[in-house]
Design a protein around this ligand. Structure first.
Ligand SMILES: Nc1ncnc2c1ncn2[C@@H]1O[C@H](COP(=O)(O)OP(=O)(O)OP(=O)(O)O)[C@@H](O)[C@H]1O
Length: 300
């Protein structure tokens, strides 16, 4: 099964180092989430992966071979700046794009109608794209990325601006594509969504990949947290405990981060001394918490 491999890709814009030897691979059948702060290098990486932008160094391979013009037509791409013809109607536009990627007119029609129905655009199929709401334009953009039945999907912020129903549809389609063996990579700032959807995640900071793996792998060695609910405790009850940091506090509930040597039973005793303990459990940091640590703190 084919993989998409980004191998030590570097890119400068004048003095700006946009990418510094970025490497990761997106395996067949995998949903890969690409996250990073504004300007970290996601769009640049995706453009290079598609071949619309040349790297200064490094290589992108698909199915083991460098991406060529032929391979490029097998990639479904959703550009950040979006790339539809605003005055063209939805159906003819999708048919045109499918034909451009080598489908016959019949196949192109069948596929365009299929994605129009699937993405909830049936009532809009003969509207000009520019007359659609932004969310619906985005659905058309996804249809455009899918209409030629691509072997790889590279999507730049496909979820931004979508309503919750459209988010569900988009998630379902991406999962389905991955389950069919297609490597799928998408960028997003919606980390809860990335955490929920993706098999693996790459975090880029200032043009360098600083963490890559499944969310479980990435959070496994992060210091574990303890959620303690003591409704009657006074605020700050845990502040004096050695090796314990308070990372979240709401009335009656506190999230603590413990140094590895700290015995959680000591924390439990301290909590019980303030009143009845209603909840006491370990939890791993979320992807959003990990992201904040990684982009603001030391590299992993
Ligand atoms: N055409 C360009 N000319 C000069 N600098 C550029 C150009 N395109 C991108 N850059 C710079 O390259 C770096 C990476 O930008 P890129 O758009 O890849 O980031 P991003 O992670 O996609 O950001 P965002 O989340 O804001 O979309 C930034 O410093 C950006 O200013």
């Amino acid at each position: 099964m084919p993989d998409l491999e980004i191998d030590r890709v570097s890119k400068h814009y004048g003095d700006v180092v946009a990418l510094d030897e970025v490497s990761f691979d997106v395996r067949a059948g995998e949903l890969f989430g690409f996250v990073g702060s504004n300007g970290a290098g996601k769009t640049t990486t995706m453009r290079i992966a598609l071949g619309v932008l040349a790297a200064d160094a490094g290589e992108v391979r698909f199915d083991g071979a460098p991406v060529t013009h032929e391979t490029r037509t097998r990639i479904g791409y959703m550009p950040e700046e979006r790339g539809l013809y605003p005055k063209m109607k939805v159906l003819p536009q999708l048919v045109y794009l499918a034909e451009l990627h080598g489908l016959s007119t019949n196949e192109a029609h069948r596929s365009a109608e299929n994605w129009i129905a699937r993405l909830g655009l049936a009532g809009r199929r003969l509207d000009e794209v520019q007359k659609l709401s932004l969310g619906n334009q985005q659905r058309v953009q996804l249809a455009a990325a899918l209409v030629h039945d691509p072997a790889v999907l590279v999507l730049d912020e496909p979820f931004s601006g979508l309503d919750p129903i459209a988010v569900d549809v988009m998630s379902e389609v991406l999962r389905e594509k991955a389950a069919a063996g297609v490597p799928v990579v998408f960028s997003s700032h919606q980390l809860d969504l990335v955490e929920r959807l993706c098999d693996r995640v790459g975090i880029i900071r200032s043009g360098r990949m600083v963490a890559c793996g499944s969310v479980d792998e990435l959070t496994a060695d992060a210091s574990s947290q303890l959620v303690v609910r003591v409704p009657e405790a006074h605020p700050g009850w845990a502040k004096q405990l050695a090796g314990v940091r308070v990372v979240g506090e709401e009335p009656g509930s506190t999230v603590l981060e413990l140094d590895p040597a700290v015995d959680d039973q000591v924390v439990l005793e301290a909590a019980l001394a303030t009143g009845p303990v209603r909840e006491f459990r370990r939890r791993r940091p979320t992807l959003a918490e990990l992201f904040r640590n990684v982009v603001t703190g030391g590299e992993r």
